[in-house]
Design a protein around this ligand. Structure first.
Ligand code: SF4
Length: 288
């Protein structure tokens, strides 16, 4: 099946497929003769569908259902790491494939280096943020600045260590001025994140902030709707181990946001407690 090249249209199409799935409709047939004439309506279709994603006409709960749109629409091509059992070697192959990446415009907007990801390649728990900041860009490691210190404390409060988890971002190059990464940048870079996830096969992914959540889940909803529940997550566009049933994905606030608004730390702790309960983690005993 030929996919629309426009990522917005692909997302919108996936959202429509999901909508029909929720109605119990799983089989789709294309009418004979669908081609140029129908494709000419793609622009209208895009407008309708993308609009539907944020319109009140779509049921609210639809907006909170996870999708991996390419899973519906694409037979993923095997990647270099496919079939490589050792996750360290597989991650290395992904990093090599990334190379000195110039695939999106972030490569020429002042990045010092690519920030690939760090941590335990066999981690049960993975944290995904939005993109590197200045400290991360300088050190080549995600979450090493003030927000990183807070993330470390959050991880410690869960009774584990930073070295036990894997940490990565949606985009691997620092957006200038720490701006939010743009849609085309996320769409270009996130397939590498999907491949990392497919190698690590975590039990739980915690999306840190709305940008990470929206990119991983490909849905458009406010944090108030995204938090407080688990989503079933399977990385899109990659072939993963058939024995791995995917991860559960939880959404919480980005540590940088918590630094700006510490009143929300209690809410973030509730999100982490949900994850701890699922993973059977206990907070460390207080030292006297
Ligand atoms: Fe490449 Fe990702 Fe950096 Fe863009 S953000 S240049 S896709 S590594």
């Amino acid at each position: 099946m030929n996919l629309p090249s426009n990522p917005d249209l692909r997302r919108a199409l996936a959202a429509r497929v999901r909508f029909y799935n929720e109605l119990g409709i799983y089989d789709f047939y294309r009418r004979e003769g669908y081609s140029a004439a129908t494709a000419a309506n793609d622009a209208d279709l895009q407008t309708t569908m993308v609009g539907a994603e944020i319109s009140d006409e779509m049921p609210k709960k639809t907006a909170a259902v996870p999708i991996a749109e390419s899973n519906f629409l694409v037979a993923p091509a095997p990647k270099a790491e496919h079939g490589v059992a050792d996750p360290v070697a597989a991650l290395k192959l992904i990093r090599e494939d990334l190379g000195d990446c110039t695939r999106c415009k972030l490569h020429k907007q002042g990045r010092k280096q690519i920030v690939f990801g760090v941590g335990n390649p066999n981690a049960e728990l993975m944290f995904v943020g939005e993109g590197p900041g200045a400290d991360e860009d300088a050190q080549g490691e995600p979450f090493v600045g003030r927000a990183g210190q807070l993330l470390n404390n959050m991880i410690k409060a869960m009774g584990i260590r930073r070295e036990d988890v894997y940490i990565a971002n949606v985009v691997k190059c620092r957006p200038p001025g720490n701006r939010t990464p743009e849609r085309d940048e996320c769409d270009t870079c996130s397939p590498f994140l999907m491949r990392q996830i497919a190698v690590i096969k975590p039990k739980v992914i915690v999306a840190l902030g709305a940008v990470a959540a929206k990119n991983l889940l490909a849905i458009n909803a406010p944090m108030s709707e995204l938090r407080g529940r688990f989503y079933d997550f399977m990385p899109s566009g990659v072939r993963s181990d058939p024995s791995w049933q995917g991860a559960r994905l939880a959404v919480t606030y980005h540590p940088a946001f918590l630094l700006r608004d510490p009143r929300q730390k209690g809410e973030a702790w509730k999100d982490l407690q949900m994850v701890m309960k699922y993973l059977g983690l206990k907070p460390p005993k207080p030292t006297t």
